[in-house]
Design a protein around this ligand. Structure first.
Ligand code: ATR
Length: 279
């Protein structure tokens, strides 16, 4: 039986993961199929159990099930435990192993694809929801000098910072939480992890947050990211969407499942062409 993998979520119709993993499989000569698994909102666990019983070897987990996947996993990687969320499950004989590859994917995209090493830099992370929680540990591990979480609800930013305080101290990273209108100025890297653009709201921070020539990255991609990218360019920043992060987190998951690391650059280039052609 061919090994099966899937992206589990609700909705999943829009997911690019099947084409990314199909390209990784072709490139590395791995025999597998990768599907979309639409799970009822109250039926995530049952859907995954059925998939595993029918030949599933693992799955990616997307909105809104990353927290449920964390709760259901029999064991967790340290980074998934810290994030409190799982985006990759591997079905082992001992039970489900949960990992979170989002942060590693983001950091690799910034440091390798965008050629912006984070060590010693000043980084501003906008948002304190699931997207930010998923990447914070990896950002700290990249050892910026300063990492500030700015959020509309300051208490949520504070809670997120507190849950990562020990790691930040261990890594020598200055970690702080603040309001969007008190977040400081001239950051080298700004990462948007809010869903403000989905709500049709503008970029929730002032342009002064960016240093000249800063990198401004939105974790979203496609039409949802465009207002942020336009804003970033208008400030003179280098604008980057979340497509590279998407491909890099997928490569990390593929390696966890198959033990082989695919080349991401050709896959990202193809996907870039497709996404940029979207209306
Ligand atoms: P996700 O899983 O995508 O991170 P989430 O957990 O609901 O979704 O978090 C959404 C994030 O976007 C939060 O940080 C939210 O701010 P609050 O915590 O104050 O709600 C932020 N957000 C959503 N709409 C926003 C807006 N119009 N302006 C600023 N921040 C916004």
């Amino acid at each position: 039986m061919t090994d099966r993998y899937a992206v589990a979520g609700n909705p999943v119709a829009h997911s690019r993961s099947p084409e990314i993993h199909a390209r990784f499989a072709a490139q590395t000569g791995q025999s597998l199929v990768y599907e979309r698994l639409l799970c009822p909102l109250d039926g995530f666990a049952a859907s995954i159990r059925r998939f595993a019983a029918e030949g599933g070897r693992g799955c990616n987990v997307t909105v809104p099930f990353k927290f449920e996947a964390h709760a259901l996993a029999a064991s967790l990687s340290p980074r998934a435990a810290l994030a409190g969320a799982v985006n990759t499950l591997r079905f082992d004989a001992e039970g489900w192993f949960g990992d979170n590859t989002d942060g590693a994917g983001l950091v690799r995209d910034i440091e390798h694809n965008a050629a912006r090493p984070l060590a010693g830099r000043r980084v501003l992370l906008l948002g304190a929801g699931g997207a930010s929680a998923g990447v914070l540990g990896s950002l700290i591990a990249a050892r910026p000098a300063e990492l500030v979480i700015a959020n509309r609800s300051v208490d949520k930013a504070q809670l997120l910072a507190d849950s990562h305080r020990a790691l930040a101290e261990q890594q020598g990273v200055g970690l702080a939480a603040c309001a969007l209108d008190h977040c400081g100025t001239a950051y080298d890297v700004l990462i948007n992890g809010t869903s403000a653009s989905l709500a049709g709201a503008g970029v929730p921070v002032a342009g002064a947050a960016l240093a000249p020539g800063a990198l401004a990255l939105d974790m979203m991609y496609g039409p949802a990211a465009r207002p942020f990218l336009d804003w970033a360019r208008a400030q003179g920043a280098e604008a980057r969407d979340g497509l590279g992060m998407l491909v890099e987190q997928a490569a990390e998951a593929f390696e966890l499942w198959r033990g082989v690391r695919p080349h991401t650059a050709p896959v990202l280039a193809d996907l870039r062409t497709e996404v940029d052609a979207l209306p």
